[in-house]
Design a protein around this ligand. Structure first.
Ligand code: PEP
Ligand code: MN
Length: 288
């Protein structure tokens, strides 16, 4: 471990955990990410309509989510698949976030639309497909909004941390990492969620790391078990896809939880953290 830390300190000095051992805490709209808090980000894969985002936002809020997610510019494998509502989606997400008093996170796909996304979102997400888009990372470094950086689907942990260093080296220290699964020889699941990377990254860096078991598995039934596991291994929070009617979702329905399942997951997470603290409160201090 010492050797690995030395290597990261040399290659990525801003990202590496330093002598004072303090975790970075990113704060947005009164919500803290990192430093012992467990932060829940939830919402649909894509914003589809006012009804959809409002109903889904209402349900995740009631269940205790802290941050609302939703894609407006979607990186889809097929050019014929739903690409997102664009600015209209950003407006709807903002409206829902304001209505339910939740900061909002959405993906920024390219430099051309960076200013636009920055105007509406509280946290900007750089997706797995763009983790190595260095000009986008440089632009993210100039932003005064926090950046959630997803691990590329074929990226090593070192490459992941180097991409975070790009953002920090360009002036933005508010970086949140996100493990969302990597591509392996396994084909039954959409990705292989690399949970061992969480305690390793926690040792190597001071940055918060969120886990996305929705894209990490692609299978609804696996989302809650992996979400709980992610908290046990030290994740600073979770990003969960929730849709008020997953069977009608335009994107990622098979991995989306419905409001009841999300509420069940939140209850279980509350139970886990509550028990581990002997009566402590969820999102006050982490359990493990
Ligand atoms: C998403 O979170 O909407 C997304 C597209 O995820 P990823 O970049 O991890 O595939
Ligand atoms: Mn998705």
């Amino acid at each position: 471990m010492k050797k690995m830390l030395k290597k990261v300190s040399e290659k990525a000095p801003l990202v590496a955990r330093n002598e004072n051992l303090l975790d970075t805490v990113v704060e947005v709209g009164g919500v803290k990410i990192g430093g012992g808090h467990i932060t829940m980000m939830a919402g649909p894969c894509s914003i589809e309509s006012r009804e959809q985002i409002m109903k889904t936002a209402a349900s995740v809020k009631v269940s205790g989510a802290h941050i609302l997610r939703g894609g407006a510019f979607k990186p889809r494998t097929s050019p014929y698949a739903f690409q997102g509502l664009g600015e209209e989606g950003l407006k709807l997400l903002r409206e829902a976030g304001d209505k339910f008093n939740m900061p909002v996170i959405t993906e920024v796909m390219e430099i051309d639309t960076f200013d636009l996304v920055e105007k509406y979102a509280d946290i900007l997400q750089i997706g797995a497909r763009n983790m190595s888009n260095f000009s986008l990372l440089k632009r993210a470094g100039k932003s005064d909004k926090p950046i959630l950086l997803k691990r590329g689907m074929s990226s090593t942990i070192e490459e992941f941390l180097m991409s975070a260093e790009y953002i920090m080296a360009n002036g933005n220290s508010q970086v949140i990492l996100c493990e969302r699964g990597i591509r392996t020889f396994e084909t039954m699941m959409r990705n292989t969620l690399d949970l061992a990377s969480i305690p390793l990254i926690k040792q190597l860096t001071h940055l918060p790391i969120i886990v996305d078991p929705s894209h990490g598995t692609g299978i609804r039934e696996l989302v809650s078990p992996m979400a709980k596991a992610a908290v046990v291994v030290g994740g600073d929070g979770l990003m969960i896809e929730v849709h008020h009617k997953p069977e009608e979702a335009l994107c990622d329905g098979p991995q989306s939880l419905n409001p009841e399942l999300f509420m069940g997951l939140m209850d279980e997470l509350n139970g886990m953290t509550h028990n581990a603290f002997g009566g402590g409160e969820f999102n006050v201090k982490r359990a493990i």
